[in-house]
Design a protein around this ligand. Sequence first.
Ligand code: ADP
Ligand code: MG
Length: 724
Amino acid sequence: MSGNTTRLEAINGVVGRTPTAAAKTEPLSSIWASDVFNLATMEECLSKSAFKAMKKTVQTGAPLDPATADVVAAAMKDWALGKGVKFFSHIFFPMTNITAEKHDGFIVTNADGNAITEFTGSLLIKGEPDGSSFPNGSLRMTNAARGYTAWDPTSPAYVMPTPNGATLMIPSVFFSWTGEALDKKIPLLRSNTAMNKAAKRVLTLMGETEIETLNSSCGAEQEYFLIDAHFAHNRPDLLLAGRTLFGAPSPKGQEFDDHYFGAIPERVQVFMQDFEDRLFKLGIPAKTHHNEVAPGQFEIAPFFENANVAADHQQLMMTVMKATAKAHGLVCLLHEKPFAGINGSGKHVNWSVGNSTQGNLLDPGNTPHENLNFLLFCGAVIRGVHKFGPVLRAVIASAGNDHRLGANEAPPAILSVYLGDQLEAVFNDIKEGNVSVSNEGGMMDLGLSQILPIERDPGDRNRTSPFAFTGNRFEFRAVGSAQSVSGPLVAMNTILADSLDWIADKLEVEFATGKTQLQGVAAVLKELMEVHGNVIFGGDGYSAEWHTAAVEERGLRNIPTTADALPAFLDEEVLALFERTGVLSPVELESRYEVYAEQYILSIDVEAKLTAELAKTVLYPAAMSYMSDLASAVNGAARMGVELDTIGAKTVAANANSLLATVTELEAALEPRDFESTEAHMQYCAGTVCGLMDEVRMHGDALEAEVDDKYWPLPKYREMLFIK
Ligand code: ADP
Ligand code: MG
């Protein structure tokens, strides 16, 4: 028997490949944002008045009048045609974690049959894609299944090169004919508005008179794996599910810690350079790259931008990343846990809020007054995470992220806040009432010495916290690598808005009784800390002790799976939160729950079917080929009067039998059945289906450890992770 050769061919393919030559680097100044219709471009090609109007819209979100839109559309079209563009597309972000686009040609023919290019303000502003196939959580009946896109002028349009021609991409929102949000951008914009309104209330109470529009900012660090395409193409699980459904551990994994910040392989360096150049052309400020903990894992962190643009850029970055990898004969894996037993991938969402007049409100600042504003905003975050921890867990829930959260190298599925020793001490002092206030001038005596020198402490990191203060921002570390950053940003802006409103109500009462600013702030934060201070945790979030203490002593919730997490969207308090902040109506939030739940159920279903299929058609046959070799060896030996030990054959046979038996159970579990509710269906997937998949995998991986290497058809962990 010749054995299975596909895997060995893949290895030869990787080893024998012609290396991709390094692209010639172009100076940053000549490529930076060269494909973006940004303010700098507009200043060159718009009239002074049109440019002024656009600038105001971009910077403050002020509405744009139709006449200006016409002028902008014409200029945008000319700019794009100058770059050889023939199509335009409204790009939007449906509730799945992907992006969608519908391409239209600029060309229309006139009465003489000549082609002319036409692009008006109304075409720019509103498109009407046939969105009937986008999940909407029963928000649109199929007979009225029209989704509308509308231009978001606050996120710059750009030209996307593709092999069949360049396209002008117009960032857009996506909504139903009744005006309900069907995408991830609308709630993000609304959450920013809510945050701005509540923040202005607090700042006004704090005596600020000039307050510019506040915006949230986001810088997202993205982790990813790169493996050779030869391997990926021989792994149906990687192609369809984004992760390996089988795979025995490699004898060498990540335990040597020799990958973290180690030398980046030459091939990957060439990829990164090309990738960054593509990002620079699109105006995406990519900053660092280094090896992450696992072999084959890397990270890219663009410089932070306003949250709406950052979210669009993050989505675009993932698209560019995959395309670039492909061009280099690699496959980019964005899944949270592509390889069992190996570090998973996250997306650290760094977030802050600020404006041009008060600066970053999550930055301690240099004066006692600035520090009071800082403490209020920081306190608001603490309250929000405590009160709405399950919402933060729900927005990061996905089948993929479930494999990572709570695993020993990833943030726990318990939401707590890390502040750093100094800031934690300040908040504890406030709670204990140790911030005493003298009568004249509102100076703090004991408290002042502590609060004044709050220093930025970026080195002080607790990598085990899901939600950490990192000097001038919060870092939401539990977000999954494949997820859109929108959900997390919406949740953070919304809980902040809610808490700032709560703080404003309380401050009004305090100030009405004649308290000084300092006394008022101290009183409100004391109350806040008494109720919500429990969520602050500076210890080891990975430890077993914390998992017990968090739940039993602190009353925090450990929410291990998506099935447990998503129903938080339907809590009365949560529906009320999103409604009163104007971010999502109850109908919109319920539809989101339906869509996310459906996505979860579908992903588990695909994985389960594929697990069964691979077990039966790939792993079992490999085991049988090997068995037949063993059998002829035993028989042949017997004919020579030699008795061979059959223990190896028995082990293989036992695992092969168990494999098939478990597959039969799994297939039975996948038979269509009725569920009481979507929640019950999700629980069934998380419990029964995932449990059986794990069992099938266990037998499959045991076979991989027994079967003759030449028969094993699937590229092995050691090959995928270490051969580049
Ligand atoms: P880490 O030490 O966590 O790996 P990095 O320096 O790699 O940190 O990434 C930090 C990310 O946080 C970057 O994307 C950076 O732009 C972003 N960031 C820095 N300051 C802010 C801020 N004030 N608001 C939001 N994001 C920020
Ligand atoms: Mg980080």
